[in-house]
Unconditional design. Structure first.
Lengths: 351, 603
């Protein structure tokens, strides 16, 4: 880790967004992760996406669990809300926060250990509820914070730093999400900001649970030969299946897309995503086809990336539960509190 | 884009903006670090090696380094490089034992220098340690050239001037004061092994307007008048003075006038402020002393009354400028009379060598400027060299010093019978500053301190006498602040492309967005699509070889790099390293060493 903070001095020509802020205004504290950690690039991508979307930092809540990945909310958007929760329990905290205030943007940052081992149940149920949040898994295939044991996402045949071979099949977050009803399922790579930033922007605008599984090499414990999540291996087996362009509301689609090759997905706030297919046998709007495609490519040893499946029409948690449409802190006391009589009536329903 | 060849010393030299801009290549970051460590003697010697007159230049240098300083682009004010040089000179102890030793046995070569200004003194400084017998002829009664005659003592005290000139003269230079060379032919006939002409640009321009002759008693040529002031031949001037011209000489004239009895001094400029030749800080100092600077007034006539100067008539001008500020058209919109007692003309000067006969093989061009080789400083006649203002017209002291260094190299090669062009090349040494995983052998943290203001003598006090030095110099405490503003641009970001794993760490951490990994393209096209716009074409783009995983290039825009070392600190494979560049600019002594070693080898 570095002993000095990143200097506040900035490029004088730095562009400003609609709020008059520069990208530097979206930064957080100095990273204490290992030099070269993929997580730091994801942090930079989140910063870039929030800057480009002109999101007011104080309208964001960052939530995380435990692990290297879960440290990263400290490194972006220092002017936002945050909750660093118990290991694997970030979805529960995010659910509670979202239930109380649905007007904030929720960015959950988790890791393969936090989400696929100890927190797998929480992860699945958050998707099942279609909780309106961005859920980023910084996936490196190892438990970096405890010195590099295989995690549940380690591929069969991948070798640990000291040569041990992983024999157990991996849990693929994207396939899990497709099974659990995830409405926005994406995969990306920390080393490809050109792909990751538009994905985060689209995820921020998606109403519902938006999963982005980001391959994020662990430079210290999983960047050697025979690792399937190293910088080198990921670059070699990296297979963008869909190009994703996020188009803000009231922006004309300027680029020319070839007919039949591009799909326009409308989002609830008037913005849309334009998907350009790379693989002809993949339809990112069909859950079953997306699942089959992913399975096939996984067997071929490829890291398929891009927005793999999206459906903006499914109801989110609040719609499913018919909850009130405004944040609880904006409700009048009389509305918020049923009073003794109202409470009696509620209790009577359960007698 | 072509891969950047960083083994060429020119590349990293350019990154050190101050050193690149300095005609004498003073190693600025090095001496600023030495000041920061309190090593004032060492800082002085680093300066002296390249610019010879640190105490003088620390007060009156034209400071080409400061407009070039990267700090001025990152923030708005450059490091106070020039005044830090003065700190080294002010706070040093005796350094006599660190000056080069002068051999008792001479090498038998006799060199004549004409004029005892900075160029000739530098030639003597470089050649005396090699055993040459150097003779300097000076027309005036004291050495120093324009440093003595044209720079007022309230900016440059005699004590400082004498101190640094004596260091050279005391090497055993045969200094012949009050001896004006009247004939080059006669000088050459004395059989010198080489003659160096550093006689300056002594002819101040005149303004031939109606009334010039009639009012001659109250119209002064700026540089001649300053010389008269310097040698106490003039002690008074009228109460109302007009200075014509806005160069640095004009600034010295107006401020000198205030100390010789003038109360109302106006500097008259023909054009708007953007066209002023004077340095910003000299304009500021003059305006602080309540000198009025009037723009867009073009002199038309000297007004005479009863045979005496009464004032001047000006055309009031108006200019049309294009979007880049250049003049497209001008017109006279009116006229204005300004009354005055004296006028000082400071509208430029020329080099003039009427004492050089034109049949000696020393050729002059159509403007009567000698033909001088820009590398060797040799005239068209072998063995005759020019330097300083006499070579290419008026420049400044620091250029004269560099001319002197180069002429000394040429003179040495000439006297040893070697080709003047085969000079030693500039060389570079790079050495890592890495101390530990995240520790560097330099202060890499960016310090946001603002530029210190130079303390001045109180306005009332300073006019009491002509030679009260206005600038007090930085205190050690002020200097300690100011040195921290230096960005250590000589600690280079050195990239080894074969080590890069393209993890983006350096790109994410760089505070000024200098770095981009991107597909190849032409430089012009690349400049438009980097992480931050690279809109300063004066500053180089570094391009690596194609990187091993994606074939992209690592591009660095050198423009705003603050040399904080975070790219190297966040690099997991040490593909980036912070390495200090040290350049060796060969002087006559280095030529001599190389020559001696060649001689030993052939023997």
């Amino acid at each position: 880790m570095s002993f000095m903070p990143k200097p506040r001095v900035a490029h004088p020509g730095l562009p400003r967004n609609e709020l008059g802020l520069t990208r530097r205004d979206y930064e957080g504290g100095m990273s204490t992760l290992c030099a070269g950690c993929g997580h730091d690039s994801i942090t930079a991508s989140i910063i870039q996406a929030c800057f480009e979307l002109s999101i007011a930092p104080h309208r964001v809540a960052k939530v995380s669990g435990i692990g290297c990945s879960s440290k990263t909310p400290a490194y972006f958007l220092s002017a936002s809300h945050g909750f660093n929760s118990v290991h694997g329990r970030m979805p529960a905290v995010a659910t509670g926060a979202n239930a109380a205030n649905q007007d904030l943007h929720y960015i959950g940052v988790s890791g393969d250990g936090d989400s696929l081992s100890i927190g797998l149940g929480q992860f699945c149920h958050a998707m099942r509820r279609n909780l309106n949040m961005v859920y980023i898994i910084e996936n490196n295939g190892v438990y970096g914070l405890t010195k590099g044991q295989f995690s549940a996402s380690a591929d069969v045949g991948s070798k640990a730093k000291k040569g041990e071979r992983n024999e157990q099949p991996p849990i693929d977050p994207a396939l899990t999400a497709l099974t659990m009803g995830g409405t926005f399922v994406a995969r990306s790579f920390s080393g490809d900001k050109a792909q990751l930033v538009p994905l985060i922007k689209a995820a921020m605008r998606h109403r519902g649970f938006a999963l982005i599984d980001v391959l994020s090499p662990c430079v210290t414990f999983n960047d050697h030969e025979d690792s399937t999540k190293s910088y080198a291996f990921t670059r070699q087996h990296y297979q963008p299946a869909v190009h994703t362009d996020f188009v803000a509301p009231a922006t004309e689609i300027m680029a020319e897309y070839e007919a039949g090759e591009s799909i326009k997905v409308d989002l609830h706030d008037g913005s849309h995503i334009v998907l350009r297919k790379v693989s002809p046998d993949h339809d990112p709007t069909d859950r079953a086809s997306a699942y089959a495609f992913l399975r096939k490519r996984q067997k071929a040893g490829e890291h398929v990336t891009g927005l793999l499946y999206v459906d903006g029409s499914e109801p989110d948690m609040h719609m499913l539960n018919h909850t009130v449409q405004v944040p609880l802190n904006r409700l009048e006391w009389d509305t918020l509190c049923p009073g003794s009589e109202g409470l009696g009536a509620i209790l009577a329903r359960y007698r | 884009m072509k891969r950047t060849d960083t083994s060429d010393p020119g590349y990293y030299h350019r990154v050190v903006d101050c050193q690149w801009a300095c005609p004498a290549h003073t190693d600025v970051p090095e001496y600023i670090r030495l000041i920061a460590q309190g090593h004032f003697n060492d800082a002085y010697m680093v300066n002296r090696e390249s610019n010879v007159f640190p105490g003088i230049l620390g007060r009156v240098c034209d400071r080409p380094c400061e407009p070039a300083c990267r700090r001025g682009r990152v923030e708005d004010k450059p490091v106070a490089i020039c005044r830090l040089k003065r700190v080294a000179a002010d706070l040093r102890d005796d350094i006599a034992d660190r000056l080069p030793r002068i051999p008792a046995a001479k090498n038998g070569k006799r060199i004549a220098c004409v004029g005892a200004g900075p160029a000739s003194l530098t030639v003597a400084n470089d050649l005396m340690p090699l055993g040459y017998a150097v003779t300097i002829f000076e027309a005036l009664e004291k050495p120093g050239g324009l440093m003595r005659s044209n720079i007022p003592s309230f900016r440059l005290p005699d004590k400082v001037l004498d101190g640094e000139i004596d260091m050279i003269v005391d090497m055993g230079v045969d200094l012949r004061l009050g001896q004006r060379i009247q004939s080059m032919r006669a000088l050459l006939d004395e059989g010198w092994d080489a003659v160096f002409i550093g006689s300056g640009a002594p002819r101040g321009k005149d303004l031939k307007l109606p009334g010039r002759e009639a009012a001659a008693a109250n119209i002064h040529i700026g540089i001649d008048w300053l010389e008269s002031v310097a040698f106490d031949h003039v002690e008074r001037i009228g109460e109302r003075v007009l200075i014509i011209g806005v160069g640095n000489t004009a600034m010295d004239c107006c401020r000198s006038s205030l100390r010789l009895g003038a109360h109302d001094v106006k500097v008259m400029a023909r054009k708007p402020r953007a066209f002023f030749k004077a340095s910003d800080w000299e304009l500021e100092d003059a305006e602080e002393e309540n000198v009025e600077i009037i723009v867009n007034h073009s002199p038309r006539e000297f007004l005479i009354e009863n045979g005496r100067l009464r004032g001047m008539l000006f055309d009031v001008m108006e200019y049309d400028l294009d979007e880049r500020g250049r003049i497209l058209d001008s017109r006279v919109t009116g006229e204005r009379t300004i009354f005055c007692d004296d006028v000082v003309l400071a509208i430029g000067q020329d080099n003039a060598c009427p004492w050089i006969e034109r049949d000696l093989g020393i050729e002059f061009d159509q403007w009567d400027v000698p033909l001088v080789d820009e590398t060797t400083f040799q005239a068209t006649r072998p063995g005759v060299f020019f330097g300083g203002d006499s070579a290419f017209g008026p420049k400044n002291i620091i250029w004269a010093v560099e001319h002197g260094h180069q002429a000394a190299v040429s003179i040495h090669r000439h006297c040893q019978g070697e080709a003047l062009e085969d000079r030693l090349p500039v060389t570079m040494n790079l050495s890592s500053r890495k101390m530990g995983i995240h520790e560097w052998a330099y202060a890499n943290d960016y310090n946001s301190a603002e530029r210190r203001l130079m303390p001045h003598v109180d306005l009332k006090e300073r006019f009491r006498k002509l030679d009260i030095e206005v600038e007090l110099g930085f205190s050690p405490e002020q200097a300690a602040y100011e040195v921290q503003r230096c960005l250590n641009c000589d600690v280079q970001t050195v990239f080894t492309d074969s080590l890069c794993i393209e993890c983006d760490a350096c790109i994410d951490i760089c505070p000024t967005d200098c770095l981009t990994m991107t597909a190849d393209g032409s430089e012009e096209e690349l400049r438009g699509r980097l992480k931050a716009p690279a809109d300063n074409p004066e500053q180089a783009l570094f391009a690596s070889a194609p990187l091993k995983y994606t074939g992209r290039l690592m591009i660095k825009d050198e423009n705003l790099c603050v040399h904080c070392g975070l790219c190297a600190e966040r690099c997991p494979t040490a593909a980036w390293d912070m390495q200090k560049s040290k350049f060796k600019f060969p002087y006559a002594v280095d030529e001599d060493e190389a020559w001696q070693s060649r001689k030993r080898q052939t023997a």
